[in-house]
Write a protein that binds this ligand. Structure first.
Ligand code: SAM
Length: 224
């Protein structure tokens, strides 16, 4: 998969993409990530990408020209690929594991990171999807892009060492959460792990995990 990210702040992506699972996915050449500085697509001599909102109001708005230009140049290289251009926005459809799965099947994604008051509304003409990571407002689309990218990359076959890891976790079966996990030591600060999971009785362990997962899910749903 090829991922392009359009941002005013490329340096923000250095840490998250150079560690752990994403780093390994890049090294294994399962995914290629290119972070593009939006200023490189600005025709302005000062590389300005924002301007004041028409009609007045606080803050600045990202201009359409650099975004259109960047998407058009990147899109030229796409040939019959399953691709999507995604605008990160608090006004989009709310990101879920189901959407992560859907995106993990694509061959190419362009993410547009908004900033300031957001992007000129005409940018909607060139996007296929608008995704929010929750009903709150962040300063920019960089963190949402990292969140979405992380969630979808780990679902691409070959990325996780163990295939079962992404099949036995929260939200794989609707809203069902993962069961509680414990590791050594069996007693820690006088807290014991449940007897059943060290019993060696596989059927009993499976039944216990299923029951606990359902209890956790019901508890969480009551809090929502
Ligand atoms: N004026 C916009 C509004 O009220 O809907 C908020 C703009 S926000 C300060 C700047 C940028 O951050 C957005 O264009 C978007 O790219 C990103 N952003 C902020 N919150 C987000 C969220 N919950 N999900 C996805 N992107 C978000």
């Amino acid at each position: 998969m090829q991922i392009h990210i359009l941002t005013l702040f490329p340096a923000m992506f250095k840490g998250p993409f150079s560690e752990s699972i994403i780093k390994r996915a890049i090294e294994k050449e399962i995914v290629k990530i290119e972070v593009h500085n939006l200023r490189d697509y600005s025709a302005d001599k000062h590389k300005k990408c924002d301007d004041r909102p028409f009609g007045g109001g606080p803050g600045m708005v990202l201009k359409p020209e650099p975004i259109f230009k960047a998407v058009e140049i990147i899109a030229q290289e796409k040939v019959k690929k399953k691709h999507k251009t995604i605008l990160t926005s608090p006004q989009g459809r709310v990101f879920t594991q189901r959407i992560a799965k859907e995106l993990s099947r694509l061959e190419e994604i362009i993410f547009i990171c908004g900033h300031y008051e957001g992007v000129d509304e005409r940018v909607k003409e060139i996007i296929d999807d608008e995704i929010s990571i929750g009903s709150y407002v962040l300063s920019g689309g960089e963190l949402p892009t990292m969140v979405i990218t992380d969630a979808l990359i780990r679902l691409i076959p070959g990325v996780l060492g163990c295939v079962q890891s992404s099949q036995q976790e929260s939200f794989v079966k609707g809203d069902l959460l993962d069961h509680p996990q414990y590791t050594r030591p069996a007693v820690f600060r006088r807290m014991k792990v449940p007897e059943v999971i060290i019993s060696g009785d596989h059927q009993a362990i499976e039944d216990w995990r299923k029951r606990k997962a359902e209890e956790k899910t019901a508890y969480r749903n009551n809090q929502l």
